[in-house]
Design a protein around this ligand. Structure first.
Ligand code: TYC
Length: 99
């Protein structure tokens, strides 16, 4: 046991935590520039990537804007929902467990 192996057996497998998709939903009222700002501010996207992602949500109805652990995904959703509400926009953000 000089190398400590006997104390560690049997080995356990390291498991990755479950991941959650953060989804942004389209609506008819939130200004496009506001959504671009949200994506830059809370998801660290460049202006170009944020604009492209905003257009995807606008055209497709929703899009995955990031994938995170449960705690981080919850924080992102809370930040977006708070920010939208404070600015009186109906923007919706949700999370969904990845398979
Ligand atoms: N559809 C909105 C508009 O035309 C823009 C928009 C894009 C709103 C993405 C929400 O998640 C959204 N002003």
């Amino acid at each position: 046991d000089a190398d400590g192996t006997a104390l560690l057996e049997p080995r356990t497998r390291t498991r990755r935590p479950p991941l959650y998709k953060v989804l942004l939903l389209n609506d008819d009222f939130t200004p496009m520039e506001f959504v671009v700002h949200v994506l830059e501010r809370f998801f660290g996207m460049s202006h170009g990537h944020a604009f492209e992602m905003m257009l995807t949500v606008h055209k497709q109805g929703l899009a995955v804007v990031g994938v995170f652990t449960h705690e981080i995904a919850e924080t992102k959703v809370g930040q977006v929902m708070d920010f939208a509400r404070r600015h009186q926009h109906p923007l919706q953000c949700t999370m969904e467990r990845e398979d």
